[in-house]
Design a protein around this ligand. Structure first.
Ligand SMILES: [Zn+2]
Length: 404
């Protein structure tokens, strides 16, 4: 199968006319100029880029976007009023199945062809996502939520699917303690046992101030929030830590030392008024960084809009912080690089998120109505619409949204 279009190989360079040959679910060949045979999709005016990767999303919250409780206390109240009722609906296996399918279709529409995400605490949430992945093979790291306190009984940990680090199609199972507020020491120890075979660990860290205060009360012997996870051996280079808005210097240092990944979720932090992420601290400490939509706290499924929010939050830091040095504002090309290659690397997918021979064929063909000039990536990020995508290739197959 051949795709034709300008190849967005490196967002820092102007894409050149060319074509992609796909064989055996991989990119077999990249060529310049006109294609050697009639393309299946795209033309000389198209753009070809890797599919987007979302490093943090909650599938059961797909229909809870925009539910903003009035005068809320931020994260904790929102969890109780919006998220837990939404996740409770997954108690019904049919609902779980249906919503997993909806989440998959919406990601496909938005051009997200790989993700790391949370399910619910229900045992069958795992089978639901495996079925969705069977129908639409998005590349994924997904896990059943672990929590044993602070929510209604049906959402607490009962039975952990024995699937950690097993792979079902293109889905690798992860271990997902929700956050320290919702997990006892016993459960965090169990999480470590379950992750000891190399499974990814996904959790949340220091999203809101109130959450950090609660963790200090619940774990009085730990010097800080990050230390709670570290004491249980949960910080490794296969750990994804969402948010990290309120960290002290020694916490940044510890995360950098462990090579864990910080997943910045700018749209969610704004929605819940959690705070402005300190990108400079992450950069200064050399922390591995990824970007996540955090749907439903984040209202945008489309990763180019999350990339835009990352730039905007950094610009807000410039306007509001009285730092001696001017905070770094990522360029559109830097942000675009994170939602493709960068997030793939964070998820240890060295063969995803890039236009490269041998890489997985998860690709988008775009048709945009503006010049492909030096501002191309900025134009894409700031004007992004799903309608720019004319074709989606998932695992080497051209997928029509209507047929999924
Ligand atoms: Zn989250």
């Amino acid at each position: 199968m051949i795709l034709q279009g300008r190849l967005l190989i490196n967002p820092h360079q102007t894409p050149q006319p060319g074509w992609v040959r796909i064989e055996d679910r991989q990119i077999a060949e990249l060529g310049q100029g006109n294609p050697p045979e009639t393309p299946v999709a795209g033309d000389a005016d198209s753009l070809i880029c890797p599919g987007f990767i979302d490093a943090h999303i909650h599938l059961p919250q797909i229909d809870a976007v925009g539910c903003d409780p009035p005068c809320g206390d931020g994260l904790l109240e929102w969890l109780h009023r919006i998220v837990f009722p939404a996740e409770m609906r997954w108690q019904d296996a049919d609902v779980a199945q249906e919503q997993a399918g909806i989440a998959y279709r919406r990601m496909l529409r938005a051009g997200t062809l790989g993700y790391a995400g949370f399910l619910t605490s229900h045992f069958h949430s795992v089978t639901s996502v495996i079925r969705a992945g069977h129908r639409l093979p998005l590349r994924a790291i997904a896990g059943q939520v672990l929590m044993d306190r602070g929510a209604a009984e049906p959402l607490l940990h009962h039975r952990l699917a024995r699937l950690a680090n097993s792979k079902r199609g293109r889905i690798a199972m992860s271990v997902n303690p929700r956050f320290a507020v919702g997990c006892s020491d016993e459960l965090l120890s169990l999480a470590k046992v379950r992750a000891s075979d190399g499974a990814f660990v996904q959790t949340h860290l220091a999203e809101s101030r109130r959450e950090c205060e609660l963790v200090a009360e619940l774990f009085p012997d730990d010097p800080h929030y990050t230390a709670v996870y570290d004491r249980h051996g949960l910080l490794t280079d296969r750990t994804l830590l969402a948010h990290c808005v309120h960290l002290a210097d020694d916490e940044w240092r510890l995360i950098a030392e462990r090579r864990s990944v910080v997943v910045h979720c700018p749209t969610a932090n704004t929605f819940l008024q959690s705070g402005l992420f300190n990108l400079d601290a992450a950069r200064e400490h050399g922390v591995r960084l990824a970007l996540g939509s955090d749907v439903a706290a984040g209202p945008d499924l489309a990763m180019p809009r999350v990339a835009r929010a990352m730039i905007e939050v950094a610009k807000m830091q410039v306007m509001t912080r009285k730092a001696a040095a001017k905070p770094h504002v990522p360029t559109p090309a830097e942000a675009w690089d994170i939602i493709t290659r960068g997030n793939a690397d964070a998820l240890s997918w060295s063969d995803s998120g890039r236009l490269e021979v041998g890489a997985a064929a998860d690709l988008l063909v775009l048709r945009v109505g503006f010049d492909l000039d030096d501002y191309l990536i900025g134009r894409l990020i700031y004007t992004w619409r799903d309608e720019y995508i004319t074709h989606r290739v998932v695992d080497g197959r051209l997928i029509e949204i209507e047929r999924v």
